[in-house]
Design a protein around this ligand. Structure first.
Ligand code: AMP
Ligand code: MG
Length: 414
């Protein structure tokens, strides 16, 4: 068998563009109704609208005294106490009108009474009996959120396609939704290849290693809103590989690891080619992960996208995030997500070679005033220990060779 796929080696940006364009044409899975907390990590199949004004009444953001700003322009000034309004006060209890030189004691989250247009913090007021001395002037509107300022009744608060996080859950709860419509998790087949691999519940022979990639990928897939389907490990044999690939094409996305490099037993591309696969790229100028493959197969009247991720554990993780993630986002109904880049200063200098965009295990630290990033020593893309000490990748652009201490650099968060 020979590789019939034409070699298509792209730059990082080109390859990312290819997957983004591909993802834009995909349709998501079907929606289902799920209870609110079960929607965590899924993409919303409906928008969440305000069922009333937010806030529903002009809300005090402080404990203090509701006043007419004009009355306290010159301080100190004595006002007459007209009442007290706590959060959750009944309509009758809060039915106070603040007239000239009057005030009402008010608590955070309570409705600001009519007539008042600001709240003076309790720290700047002194009460003695029915008299309150205000020590500090306020602007009209200070410490008050007007009714409907955050959202008017009927307004869209969270768009369809938003991946549900604790924030989304808070809004759903605030609009009274214990169930929401969310897209079902797309099934993502995970196929590890290699004669050296044994399953994690079996003892490895002296020259064998345990299959960790199927599990790290399953974790990444689940976190990205997919349903991982781990297939048995494929040996480096074309027939058995073909059989398992066929199984994998049943899912909405197939992730293969290993067997995409230049070795004699790297059979994945040629076996995919025997399915008349269309390859969109067969390598990207990155490190780690250069041999990554992306394409699709038309089989049983449906199009099955696949990625061949290099088998080195760090390569598998990086290439999943860089390239497979946008496709999974689209299949799971999520709006496109940009890669989470950030900037930080380098803790020590280093030198590398030009030509590849590198994603090197690194640790973001420092303080909020001065975030910094430290490169983690590693023994190449098989070094899981280095990864476990990292919390980001330091991104090396292909044209840069020398990096100096204190220089601002780009990092990619996991
Ligand atoms: P390959 O991409 O097949 O050339 O594999 C590259 C390296 O990654 C080799 O050292 C493999 O033993 C290792 N490797 C491949 N697949 C896995 C896996 N599923 N789990 C852990 N290591 C793997
Ligand atoms: Mg291999």
């Amino acid at each position: 068998m020979t590789v019939t796929a034409q070699s298509q080696l792209l730059s990082f940006s080109e390859a990312r563009q290819v997957v983004e364009n591909y993802a834009a044409r995909l349709s998501p899975t079907d929606p289902e109704i799920v209870s609110l907390l079960d929607a965590l990590g899924l993409a919303l199949a409906e928008g969440l609208r305000a069922d009333r004004d937010f806030p529903p009444f002009p809300r005090s953001t402080r404990d203090g005294y509701a006043v007419r700003a004009a009355d306290v322009a010159a301080v100190p000034v004595r006002l007459r106490l007209a009442g007290e309004i706590k959060a959750g006060a009944s309509k009758e209890q809060s039915d106070i009108t603040i007239g000239k030189d009057e005030t009402a004691e008010i608590m955070t989250g309570a409705p600001v009474p009519s007539g008042a247009d600001a709240v003076v913090m309790v720290e700047y007021a002194e009460r003695s009996g029915e008299a309150v001395t205000i020590q500090r002037a306020v602007q009209a509107g200070e410490n008050v959120v007007p009714a409907a300022a955050e959202a008017r009744q009927g307004a869209m608060m969270v768009a369809r396609g938003t991946r549900v996080t604790h924030t989304t859950v808070a809004i759903a709860a605030a609009v009274g939704r214990s169930e929401v419509s969310a897209f079902r998790r797309p099934r993502v087949a995970i196929l590890a290849t290699g004669d050296e691999l044994v399953e994690i519940n079996l003892p490895p022979g002296p020259n064998e290693i345990r299959n960790s990639n199927s599990y790290s990928l399953a974790a990444q897939v689940y976190a990205a809103g997919g349903e991982p389907v781990i297939l048995p490990v494929a040996p480096d044999s074309p027939d058995e590989l073909a059989l398992l690939l066929r199984k994998g094409f049943d899912c909405e996305l197939l992730l293969i690891t290993g067997g995409v490099s230049m070795g004699k037993y790297d059979l994945v591309e040629q076996v995919l080619a025997s399915f008349e696969a269309k390859f969109l790229f067969t390598g990207v100028l990155i490190q780690p992960g250069k041999p990554v493959v992306f394409g699709e197969v038309v089989i049983r009247d449906k199009t099955a996208p696949f990625f061949g991720l290099p088998g080195n554990p760090v390569s598998t993780m990086v290439t999943f995030q860089l390239f497979a993630r946008p496709v999974l986002d689209a299949l799971s109904g999520s709006a496109p997500q940009p890669l989470p880049f950030a900037r930080a200063r380098l803790t020590s200098s280093f030198t590398t070679k030009k030509g590849l965009t590198r994603f090197l295990p690194a640790r973001l630290g420092g303080s909020h005033e001065e975030p910094n990033v430290e490169l983690i020593r590693w023994r190449g893309s098989g070094d899981l220990m280095a990864m476990s000490r990292s919390n980001c990748y330091l991104v090396v652009p292909p044209e840069q060779e020398h990096f100096t201490t204190g220089e601002p650099v780009t990092v990619l968060l996991f």
